[in-house]
Ligand binder design. Structure first.
Ligand SMILES: *Cc1c(COP(=O)(O)O)cnc(C)c1O
Length: 378
């Protein structure tokens, strides 16, 4: 049987039960279960604010735009970011007419704090940090740098649902955290995400911007029990249609109680992989996870000499890994920065993400290990 990279697993009965409630109530849009899920997420993470969106991409776009306006950043001001990510991360910066400045990664595949410090100029306004594969990397050092240099910290936590540092939600010091609940992430829905601002005003602005800039508060007091004057609202911004809906929240609510045990099993899979590769440190390089980080283990990545050869070999054996990610400076949009991050460029050519999902058995992991070891030692 083929072994896939990602296979989402749902609590089907609990999902269907929640979706049934939405359908019976006749409420599938924004509100109802979206509000319930926001409350549960705040409880789970301990974060002060949470707004449910249709994707993490939407959240990243909002985060950058809202900070730019709030803090009066100018077009061309800089955000230091990683080249090793999904393009949503860096597109968010360009979409706000700001300049992505790429810093290099370290052995955690997250931003290297030393490289970030080197890239700070007087135009730097923020750091965008990606918790690669659920790894918090040296986020604690980045938090210090941002404090010292008065930079905003935006955390792309698309992989980090459930990641903890010293037992607490990773990145709680960040000015904003954006989570993804896309189909193959650790808390899968279909497509959705969450934006968690530290600041209440930013949260309020996000709620308006995510819904075409509409402000219902102005007339909220005049809405009577019959819902009259619902159409009477003000429009404060040119906004987007970024809000999440109750059907996605219904799935998220059903999945959230499983997140910690799911992540614990992912860490078990990672341990089995690491154990199997331990005898081959020269051929198979593992990604460093700091001692104090309990990773969500969205990914299990290794670095090998002949990645493309290994990929083809695994495919021949019906094992289908992935690559996270191609160095973004290899894309036309970001090619101005090509050659500025040698470590990320190397990783981009040598990294491979091995199958990591809840349906994998210990035998499956052994099969993958055997196949990888066969290839790299032959
Ligand atoms: C998946 C992902 C995103 C985008 O999430 P969506 O919810 O699909 O928009 C952003 N950044 C990273 C690192 C991701 O892996």
């Amino acid at each position: 049987m083929a072994i896939q990279l990602f296979v989402p697993t749902f609590d089907v009965d609990a999902c269907l039960e929640n979706i049934r409630l939405c359908l019976e109530k006749g409420w599938t849009g924004m509100g109802y279960m979206t509000v319930q899920f926001e409350d549960k997420w705040k409880e789970y993470t301990g974060l002060p604010h949470a707004y449910f969106l249709n994707s993490a991409t939407a959240g990243l776009n909002l985060a950058v735009e809202i900070f730019k306006e709030k803090y009066g950043w100018a077009a061309g001001d800089e955000i230091i970011t990683t080249p090793l990510t999904f393009v949503s991360t860096n597109h968010a910066i360009l979409l706000s007419n700001l300049q992505p400045v790429f810093a290099d990664v370290d052995d955690t595949l997250c931003l290297d704090p030393a490289s970030v410090e080197e890239r700070i100029t007087e135009k730097t306004r923020a750091v965008m940090f990606v918790g690669m594969g659920g790894n918090a990397g040296h986020l604690d050092k980045i938090v210090e740098i941002c404090k010292k240099r008065s930079l905003k910290l935006i955390l792309d936590a698309a992989h980090m649902a459930g990641t903890r540092i010293n037992g607490e939600t990773a990145g709680k010091e960040a000015d904003v955290i954006v989570y993804s609940f896309q189909a193959v992430k650790n808390l899968p829905t279909g497509d959705s995400g969450m934006i968690c601002f530290k600041d209440a005003d930013c949260d309020a602005v996000a709620r308006k911007k995510a819904w075409l800039g509409i402000n219902k508060d102005t007339y909220a007091r005049s809405v009577n029990a019959n819902g009259a004057y619902k159409w009477k609202y003000d429009v404060e911004y040119v906004g987007y249609k970024y809000n999440g809906n109750a059907v996605m929240a219904a799935i998220a609510l059903a999945q959230l109680p499983h997140l910690d045990k799911d992540n614990a099993y992912r860490r078990q899979l990672a341990e089995w992989y690491a154990e199997g590769f331990k005898p081959y440190p020269d051929k198979i390089k593992l990604v460093e996870v700091p001692e104090n980080c309990e990773s969500s283990r969205h990914l299990f990545q290794i670095i090998v000499e002949d990645r493309d050869g290994l990929m083809a070999y695994l495919n021949e054996h019906e094992i289908y890994p992935g690559v996270h990610y191609v160095d973004n400076t290899q894309y036309r949009m970001y090619s101005y920065a090509k050659g500025t991050c040698p470590k990320a460029a190397y990783v981009s050519d040598h990294v491979i993400s091995l199958p990591m999902h809840l349906r994998l058995t210990r035998e499956d992991v052994q099969t993958v290990i055997r196949c990888v070891v066969d290839y790299v030692t032959k």
